[in-house]
Design a protein around this ligand. Structure first.
Ligand code: GLV
Ligand code: MN
Ligand code: MN
Length: 445
C-alpha cells in the first residue's frame, strides 16, 4: 500500500476516533476542517500528569536533570511509552528510546525531546515534544497505520544541563561529542555523574557506546514550544525552524583576596566581586558591539565567602554566547576573554575561564522544512519560518541524520519560567503536524 493511500485511510480512522471521544456521530455535527489524528484531551492530560513530578509552588516544575524529580518523571515517561505499545530501552547515556517496528528493513525515524527542566521552569519545554511523540504513536496505533521505517520515540537525558554538564548531555553522547572527562565529573557536593547514570539505567563506563551511527537513522524530528514571542504575536500556529543557534559556554572564576571590609583601604583591595561585576557588563558590551542577533548571558554568580563584612575573595560565574553563525560566536567569545584580562589587571584580580563546552549551530534539512510546511497546510494550519534562539537536542541529531523542528506558540514569549504556557489546542496542532510530517518523511525517504 502506498503511503499516500495510507494517509487517506488514517484520516478517516482518526476522524472516527475523535468523534468517539466526544460523542456519537449522530448527536454531534461533523467537525469543521481537516480530520485530526491526535487526541487533544489525552495529550493534555498526560502533560498535566507529567507536571506533577518536580512541581514547584509557582505552578511550574523544577525537574533538573540527574535529580530525584527527574528520575520520577523518566519512570512516568517509560510507563507511557509501554502503554503505547513501544519496546523501551535505555542507552548508556540514560537516553530513553521506545521502538515501534516498521514494515521494511530500513533505518529508524527518530523523534522526541526531553523532560528535564531548568530550576523553577515551566510545564512545556521538552515535555510537549516527548509526550507529543508518544501521542503520535497512539494515533498511529488507533488508525492501524504501519510505517515503512521503524519508529523510535526518544527522551534525551539532561537537555538543560542542570548538573555535571552544560546542556544537551544525552544527544551529545549520541553525536559522540562529549568531552573525554565527562564520565568522571562530580558536583560541588561530591556526587558523581556515573552514580546518577547508573540509577537511570545508563553506564558511564560505556558512554561511548551511546553514539548513534549516521546510517542507522533516516531522519530526526522534534516538536517544541517556540520559547520566544514571534508566533504568539503574529497569531501563527506552526513555526518551521530554519536553524538552531550554537553556544560557547565557559565557567569563569575571579580570584582576589578575602579581607576585612572595614579595615582594608579602597586602594588596597582585590575585590573578586567588583571584577566579576565589571566582567558581566563587559559581556553585554562585547555582544552588543556589532550588529546581529547574537546574545550573551551571565546567568548566576557564586560569591565566596559571602559575608557582608568580608571583601569577596572568589566569584564563580558562567558565560554563554549564542548565535546561528559559529564564526561570530567564536570572535565575540574571544573579545570577551580579552576584556576579562584587562579587567583582571585593573582590579588586581585573576580571572580564569575553563575551556568552552561548544555546541555548534545547525541548519534544518530543507526537505524536512518542506514536509512540515506541507503537513501544516494539509491540517489547515498557517506557518512561519523562524530560527531557534534556544538550544535543542535536534542540533546534535543533525550530526547523524537529516533534521527538522516544529514550533508551537509560547504565550507572551515566556519560557524557562513557571508562567510558560501553550494551550491544549496549540500543542495538539503541533502533534498533528508531527504526525503528518512523520508519515510524509516515511513515504519519501
Ligand atoms: C535550553 O533550553 C537552552 O536553550 O539553553
Ligand atoms: Mn527544550
Ligand atoms: Mn529549555
Amino acid at each position: 500500500m502506498r503511503a499516500r493511500e495510507r494517509h487517506g485511510t488514517v484520516m478517516a480512522a482518526g476522524c472516527l476516533v475523535l468523534l468517539g471521544a466526544m460523542g456519537s456521530a449522530q448527536d454531534k455535527p461533523e467537525a469543521k476542517g481537516p480530520a485530526r489524528h491526535i487526541q487533544q484531551e489525552r495529550f493534555w492530560a498526560n502533560l498535566q500528569k507529567l507536571s506533577e513530578f518536580g512541581k514547584n509552588p509557582e505552578g511550574g516544575v523544577s525537574r533538573v536533570g540527574f535529580t530525584e524529580a527527574d528520575l520520577a518523571g523518566r519512570m512516568y515517561v517509560m510507563g507511557l511509552m509501554r502503554e503505547a505499545g513501544l519496546t523501551v530501552r535505555v542507552d548508556p547515556a540514560g537516553n530513553i528510546f521506545g521502538r515501534r517496528a516498521g514494515m521494511e528493513n530500513l533505518p529508524v525515524l527518530l523523534f522526541g525531546s526531553h523532560t528535564d527542566s531548568v530550576p523553577h521552569g515551566g510545564n512545556f519545554d521538552g515535555d510537549v515534544g516527548t509526550l507529543g511523540a508518544i501521542e503520535v504513536i497512539h494515533a498511529l496505533n488507533e488508525a492501524k497505520v504501519k510505517t515503512r521505517h521503524p519508529l523510535e520515540v526518544v527522551s534525551w537525558t539532561n537537555e538543560e544541563g542542570g548538573r555535571f554538564y552544560s546542556g544537551l548531555f544525552g544527544s551529545s553522547a549520541a553525536a559522540g561529542i562529549l568531552p573525554a572527562d565527562v564520565a568522571e565529573r562530580k558536583d560541588d557536593a561530591g556526587q558523581k555523574l556515573s552514580d546518577w547514570l547508573m540509577r537511570m539505567g545508563g553506564d558511564a563506563s560505556r558512554i561511548a557506546a551511546a553514539r548513534i551511527a549516521p546510517a542507522s537513522v533516516a531522519g530526526y524530528l522534534e516538536l517544541h514550544i517556540e520559547q520566544g514571542g514571534r508566533l504568539d504575536e503574529a497569531n501563527v500556529p506552526i513555526g518551521v525552524v530554519q536553524g538552531i543557534v550554537g553556544i560557547n559556554f565557559r565557567t569563569c572564576t575571579a580570584t582576589g583576596f578575602a579581607n576585612h571590609a572595614g579595615t582594608t583601604p579602597m586602594d588596597r583591595r582585590q575585590d573578586a566581586l567588583a571584577a566579576a561585576s565589571r566582567a558581566v557588563l563587559a559581556v553585554r558590551e562585547e555582544v552588543r558591539g556589532e550588529p546581529g542577533r547574537q546574545v550573551g548571558t551571565v546567568g548566576w554568580m557564586r560569591i565566596e565567602p559571602g559575608a557582608s563584612n568580608v571583601i569577596p575573595g572568589r566569584v564563580v560565574f558562567p558565560v554563554e554566547v549564542r548565535d546561528l553563525d559559529a564564526g561570530k560566536i567564536e570572535h565575540v567569545a574571544a573579545r570577551i576573554l580579552q576584556r576579562f584580562e584587562v579587567i583582571g589587571r585593573e582590579e588586581n584580580v585573576q580571572i580564569d575561564c575553563t575551556q568552552p563546552d561548544l555546541h555548534p549551530p545547525a541548519l534544518t534539512t530543507p526537505a524536512f522544512q518542506d514536509a512540515i510546511r506541507a503537513s501544516a497546510r494539509e491540517a489547515g494550519l498557517t506557518t512561519m519560518d523562524l530560527p531557534s534562539g534556544a538550544l535543542h537536542d535536534a542540533q546534535n541529531a543533525a550530526r547523524f541524520a537529516p533534521m527538522g523542528m516544529i514550533f508551537v506558540p509560547s504565550r507572551g514569549g515566556i519560557s524557562h519560567a513557571p508562567m510558560e504556557y501553550s494551550s491544549p489546542e496549540q500543542v495538539a496542532n503541533g502533534a498533528e503536524v508531527l504526525y503528518r510530517t512523520l508519515l510524509r518523511v516515511d513515504e519519501t525517504k
